[in-house]
Design a binder for this molecule. Structure first.
Ligand SMILES: [Zn+2]
Length: 177
């Protein structure tokens, strides 16, 4: 079927569509920014060049295209009908690389989050965005708890003493009592 627009008009329309910031990463960035979260983008010195890095939350976020990153059981991640085997190998390599990057990041103490393209369709977008923020809060609280426990352990010399409230009072108030 012939295009109802001229070639020029079509390319003008396409350029408008492209400039509307509908790319998944940009949607997520805008949302996080609107919630007052601050982050860096495309951080090359971390494994896999994460799309969004939130140092305060020790969290990196990857926004994955379902096809290229092989989203399992996903409607939009179907392999093409031609050269299927070639595509399968290629996508499997991407999956392996993604997994290895996530393992490396975890080993470096980062929380990793993956947001799939299909989770950002208009119907699901709000739930997904809220889910990201909830997970960030959880990551932050977990790190806070670990830090608090570590510093408490240091303070009361947890390795040599049994933890009980009397000992905490005794060791933190000094000789005054
Ligand atoms: Zn998907």
């Amino acid at each position: 079927m012939a295009d109802i627009y001229s070639k020029e008009k079509r390319s003008y329309l396409m350029s408008l569509i492209r400039s509307q910031n509908t790319k998944p990463e940009i949607m997520v960035r805008k949302y996080l920014f609107s919630k007052g979260l601050r982050f860096r983008v495309n951080v090359k010195k971390l494994p896999g060049t994460p799309d969004i890095v939130l140092p305060k939350y020790r969290t990196v976020i990857f926004i994955h295209g379902c096809f290229w990153h092989g989203h399992g059981n996903c409607k939009i991640a179907h392999l093409p009908k031609t050269r299927t085997e070639w595509w399968e190998k290629k996508i499997n390599r991407n999956i392996e690389r993604d997994n290895s990057n996530r393992r490396k990041l975890k080993g470096m103490g980062w929380h990793t989050m993956v947001v799939w393209e299909c989770q950002l369709v208009p119907k699901q977008r709000q739930t997904t965005m809220q889910g990201i923020v909830d997970l960030l809060d959880k990551a932050y609280l977990e790190d806070y708890k670990i830090k608090a426990t570590n510093s408490l352990a240091k303070k009361i010399n947890l390795t040599n003493h049994k933890l009980c409230s009397g000992e905490i009072i005794g060791s933190t108030t000094g000789d005054g009592f």
